[in-house]
Design a protein around this ligand. Structure first.
Ligand code: HEM
Length: 563
């Protein structure tokens, strides 16, 4: 029997197919030609440009064409090379990029503070990241830069304020109870009272339904398996587009830095794997977001009592702005895809790693459960049924476990940035140069690339102590780890990035996690499955878990009911 793609092809005439193939070959031909022209210019530019990183130590190049980039993208486990290089060369080192580019890589707290906090927009995103965000979301906050980004941030920020987010706690609790009910029913049907399940699947479903409802008053129907069209096109996007990019993708994308922005718009038509996948996702989000925006604007015009979802708050905030500071319809629509994607897989994956660590640390898991039960008694005693925000904040063991997981399993491993102008980056921890001198600051030339390593910073022994390589939440309990610098959005961690472009949804994620952890651990116990498989950290854009030798995202854990 023919598959759907084959049946569609069978409906076209042979001339159509040949014509289509020819046009695709022509596009590819032009792309390859232009890329080679750009590559020649780049090589010449690199040859004559002023060198500023050459004295810094780093790994030797493993390929004349790719430098260290191929091995970095193909590492066995996410972060392996960051940790190795950081141990070998200190918290700042030099990496060989494509076609002999010198890249500065750093996990140094002062350098991170300088790049993300102090320099405003002087360190921009790479052309590759900017284009991928544009293709996926359109003109949204995560794509915008400079004063346009400032305008987005001003309109969107009120929707992420603490008082606004507190109103979502019952919504978080209502949704996680659906998972609790499904797991309880499933476990009741098993005579042994245990099951092994991929917790990531369920956490992804519940966080997707939560973001749908909280952000847009929209139902993704993930938990009910009703599955909206959006869910179908979007599932597994991160993994499919970012894991092990082909060599040609890496080469083409490295050349984007040298194209003018309007030429880069042609990227939409490139037959690259992730471009085609992401294009599809954007179109699906665009259609739904358009309908939602229309509905919410109509309600606002009719003077109806506004809903509390993030998009409704945004529509009201936007309407009250001065006309020049407002977001356009296209910009409003673009936020839906960004907020959905930035706002659920990230939290789901972090919580998956948390349950994994708890399965290996039963004593700490028991402490968390005892704490939840103690606070439950006081909730019941005052006649309430749900934990309030204050109750959740009072769960110190739970909060410490969440912080430690965000530290130890930084799901965004780091971010690349490009210097907009010549600058000098200060270091908190000086490194030794090739000739044995101490380097305390590094001159940067406009256009040079810096790869920041959040995962390596989050494990620096000088910041986190000698046991930085161990998952140990007690470091966040009673004693305040003395740190010489403060970076990041939350608890001195770089996991949510930092500064003007730091994660706008960090507080949403933390509150949601607090509510989900309390409900899940009050009801269930987690342990490793029989014959526990080796769990890997996949080097994809969100560091997902996998089982060695098997495909796709997986985290099999044994679940049983706590009586
Ligand atoms: C564990 C959970 C999360 C992690 C680790 C995380 C991490 C990050 C990081 C590293 C960035 C910077 C990206 C860049 O500069 O390219 C970012 C930006 C962003 N995040 Fe999150 N995030 C999380 C949860 C959320 C949630 C729950 C939401 C929304 C509900 C959200 C919405 C956003 C948005 C809109 C941006 C773009 C901000 C801007 O460009 O100004 N994130 N996030």
């Amino acid at each position: 029997m023919l598959g759907p793609a084959a049946s569609v092809a069978a409906l076209r005439s042979p001339q159509d197919v040949v014509h289509q193939l020819r046009s695709k070959m022509q596009v590819l031909g032009v792309v390859i030609l232009v890329t080679f022209a750009v590559i020649s210019v780049v090589i010449l530019h690199r040859f004559f440009a002023r060198k500023t990183f050459e004295h810094i130590r780093g790994p030797s190049s493993t390929s004349w064409l790719f430098g260290n980039i191929l091995e970095f993208n193909r590492q066995d486990q996410a972060g392996d090379l960051d940790f190795k290089w950081c141990r070998e060369f200190g918290s700042t080192w030099r990496l060989n990029g494509i076609l002999g580019e010198s890249i500065l890589m750093t996990a140094d707290p002062e350098a991170l503070r300088h790049i993300f906090h102090k320099s405003g927009y002087s360190y921009r995103k790479t052309a590759n990241d900017t284009e991928v965000f544009r293709i996926f979301s359109g003109p949204s906050i995560i794509w915008a830069s400079g004063h346009v980004h400032q305008r987005h941030r001003k309109v969107i920020s009120p929707a992420f304020s603490a008082p606004q987010l507190h109103t979502f706690i019952p919504l978080f609790q209502r949704n996680i109870r659906k998972v609790t009910k499904i797991w309880r029913n499933e476990l009741a049907s098993r005579p042994e009272g245990r099951m092994v399940d991929c917790v990531h699947v369920w956490l992804t479903k519940v966080t997707l339904d939560i973001i749908g409802e909280a952000a847009f008053d929209y139902s993704f129907g993930a938990m009910s398996n009703a599955g909206s069209r959006l869910l179908d096109v979007y599932t597994n996007m991160f993994l499919e587009t970012s894991l092990h990019p082909p060599k040609l993708d890496l080469l083409i994308k490295a050349s984007w830095e040298y194209f003018p922005v309007h030429v880069l718009r042609l990227v939409d038509y490139l037959p690259l794997k992730d471009v085609m996948r992401i294009n599809q996702v954007r179109k699906a989000f665009h259609g739904e977001a358009q309908k939602l925006l229309k509905d919410k604007t109509k309600r606002l015009m009719a003077g109806e009592e506004g809903k509390k979802d993030i998009m409704s708050v945004l529509v009201r905030a936007n309407a009250s702005e001065d006309a020049r500071a407002r977001l356009s319809n296209a910009e409003m629509i673009a936020q839906m895809g960004t907020i959905t994607i930035a706002g659920h897989d990230t939290t789901a994956t972090t919580l998956t790693w948390l349950l994994y660590e708890l399965s290996k640390n039963p004593d700490y898991q028991i402490k968390m459960r005892e704490e939840i039960r103690m606070i439950r008694s006081s909730v019941t005693a005052r006649g309430d049924t749900n934990f309030s925000a204050e109750d959740l904040d009072a769960m110190k063991y739970c909060m410490a476990a969440l912080k430690e997981t965000l530290r130890y399993h930084a799901i965004v491993l780091g971010l690349p940035r490009v210097a907009e102008k010549d600058d000098v980056i200060p270091l908190q921890y000086p490194v030794v140069s090739k000739s044995g001198e101490l380097i305390r600051e590094i001159p940067i030339r406009a256009g040079q690339q810096i790869l920041t390593s959040f995962c390596a910073y989050n494990r620096l022994p000088r910041v986190w102590g000698d046991n930085a390589d161990v998952w140990d939440p007690t470091r966040f309990l009673d004693h305040d780890v003395k740190r010489e610098t403060s970076v990041g959005m939350f608890s001195n961690l770089m996991t949510f990035s930092a500064g003007v472009r730091g994660c706008i949804g960090w507080r949403f994620s933390v509150m949601e996690s607090q509510a989900l952890i309390a409900e899940i651990l009050e009801n269930f116990e987690f342990s490793p499955p029989p014959n526990p498989p080796e769990i890997l950290r996949l080097p994809s854009s969100v560091m997902a878990p996998a089982v060695r030798g098997e495909k796709g995202i997986q985290m099999p854990l044994q679940i049983s009911i706590v009586e």
